[in-house]
Structure formats: C-alpha cells, structure tokens
Design a protein around this ligand. Structure first.
Ligand code: XIL
Length: 319
C-alpha cells in the first residue's frame, strides 16, 4: 500500500510531521516510518530559541542541523518552527528582561540577531517559516508577551521584515491554535494579515496548528476561514494537527477522531492555497499530549506500537 507521502505527491500537497530528535536517534522504527510516510518535517523542539541559544552568544545547532540533513537525504521539505514565541525562550533572555539588565533597545537588537542568524543558517533549505507563533489571545487581543510589553505591536512587522531579508524565498507564516474556524482569534489574524500586506510587510502564510479534542466538537467553517486568507493572496497550512481524547480510547472515540483528521485534511485539499498538512507527531508513543493535558491522549495516527488507527486510514482515503 502506498504511504501517505506518495499519495500527497500526487495530490500536490505536502504531508508532514513534527519530529522528535531523541526518538529519531534511538528508535529505528520511528526513523524508518518518518521517512516512509512524510514528505515534510518540522522540528518539534530543536529549532526553538531555548535550544539553539541556551547561553547568550553560544549556539547549538546540532539538533536542527541533524534534522535538515535527515530531511535532505530523504527528499523531505522542512518547515521552520519557530522564530518568535513567548514560550521556550532561553533563561538568560527571560531573566535579563525581568531584572532590567536587557532594556527595550537591546531586546530589539537581540530579536533581530536571533531571526537573522537562524533564518540565514538554513537559507534555501526551509520552505515555510513560522515567524511569529501564538501572538493573539482567544478574544483577539494581542498576547501580553515580553515582545509586546517591551517592543510594542510593531515587533510583528519587524520580525517578518528581518526574516524576509535573511531568506527572501522562504514563505513566512503566522501560526496559532484555536484558529481552525472563524472566531474572534482567527479574525484578529485575518485583520492583522490584511493590514500588514497593505503595508507591504512580507507575510505570506497563515498556519493553523489544529490541536483538536473530540470532546470539544469540530470547529465551525474551516473552509470559509481558509478561503478568506486565500482571498488576501496568502498561503495556508495545517501545521500541528492532532486530535486528543479523554483516555481510555475506545472504537467510538477513535472513529470520531478519524473524522476530525479527515475533515481538516478535506478543508486543506479543498483550497489551492493550502500547501501543507502537518501532524504534531504520528505515533502515540511520542506524542506531547499526555504530558500536557492530564488524562488525555491517543491523539495521533498510529498507536504506541506504530499500528495504524482509523485516523491513518482516513487520511490515506482523503489524499
Ligand atoms: C510542544 C512540543 O511538542 C513539546 O515537546 C514541548 O515540550 C512544548 O512544545 N504549539 C506549538 C508547539 O507551537 O511548538 C508546541 O510543541 C505545541 C503547541
């Protein structure tokens, strides 16, 4: 049977997964399956700021380089994740801002250097970059991060301009969760994207994480949401799809989960603007969900033994 990536090639869409570099190093089944099923990969953690610059000025690219090499050798495209976020920042940065040893002007320079250094390092090797991640609250107000507090809202346009200067060919994305359908948060992104593009800021994509839970229901009007970003001339992507449930799983929950995966994929395949569909891990053995959402899990396509769940078949049929 054809793996997902073969079907995705025919459908002219990228099918991706987040990659856990520890699992990639130690688990040959994981290594083999990641190569067989996906034609796109995203670093689950190793391109985040806390990993690449754990000490100020001392970089560790080992994980990111290893992923880019792995992908190149297997004909996979790489999504870059993520340049500006409130989470997983290095301790030296958080504490320097908190104790005032890093002031606003210095912070802006630090951010510019971070973006420029990382994007240049992988210039020509990354097709989509998540430039800013999770910048809005659920009500559509800007998140009160250190970036907003110290630099003001212009940090977003600055980040896109710096990233574009460093790799003019990479498609630059906004990215967030709970923005699958049309709601206050996704509308805040729509308004922001429209304004930035009118101002000539290089933002080309809207990334929808797609962390769903069957107990919360399927979001409304995903197709309409993708369409309005397409109407702005933007690409769209599902960037971190998983569908969790309250444990234990059962056949009914797994069937429902399969329809959620399939509905997101169908929305993507239904618009030419949607270029990639990435899952946030593909085996329950390595999913982030149980560690973060107490009592929940079974959120991915394969079980802990790498056996396909109904969701895997649903994606195959959809492609
Ligand atoms: C998660 C990783 O999966 C975990 O391993 C890590 O401990 C925390 O971050 N939104 C994002 C991702 O944009 O970067 C997050 O990844 C999941 C939520």
């Amino acid at each position: 049977e054809a793996p997902l990536r073969t079907l995705a090639d025919r459908a002219d869409v990228r099918i991706g997964t987040a990659v856990d570099m520890a699992a990639l190093a130690e688990d040959s089944t994981y290594r083999r399956t990641t190569a067989r099923e996906f034609n796109s990969v995203t670093a689950e953690n190793v391109m985040k700021w806390e990993v690449v610059e754990p000490t100020r000025g001392a970089y560790d690219w080992s994980g990111a380089d290893a992923l880019v090499r792995y992908a190149r050798d297997r004909g996979q495209a790489v999504r870059g994740h993520t340049l500006v976020w409130h989470s997983q920042l290095p301790t030296w940065l958080n504490s320097g801002v908190a104790d005032g040893t890093i002031d606003a002007a210095e912070l802006r320079g630090i951010l510019r250097k971070h973006i420029t250094t990382e994007v240049k390092r992988y210039k020509g090797k990354i097709y989509q970059w998540d430039v800013v991640n999770e910048v809005f609250e659920e009500d559509g107000s800007l998140r009160n991060s250190i970036w907003l507090q110290k630099l003001g809202p212009s940090y977003i346009a600055d980040a896109f301009r710096w990233a574009h200067a460093a790799d003019p060919k990479a498609k630059l994305f906004l990215n967030d969760y709970n923005v699958e359908g049309i709601n206050a948060k996704s509308t805040a992104y729509y308004d922001l994207a429209k304004r930035l593009r009118a101002e000539g800021v290089p933002v080309q994509g809207f990334g929808i994480q797609g962390h769903l839970a069957i107990q919360y229901g399927f979001p409304g009007d995903v197709a309409g949401n993708l369409a309005r970003f397409a109407a702005l001339g933007m690409q769209t992507a599902f960037t971190e799809v998983d569908v969790r449930m309250i444990l234990p799983s059962d056949p009914e929950k797994l069937a429902k989960q399969a329809t959620y995966f399939r509905s997101l994929l169908d929305a993507c395949l239904g618009t030419r603007s949607c270029k990639s569909f990435t899952v946030w891990g593909y085996s329950d053995k390595y999913s982030w969900v149980p560690g973060v959402f107490a009592g929940q899990g079974a959120a991915t396509l394969l079980d802990e033994e790498f056996v396909a769940k109904p969701a895997y078949g649903a994606l195959r049929e959809g492609l």
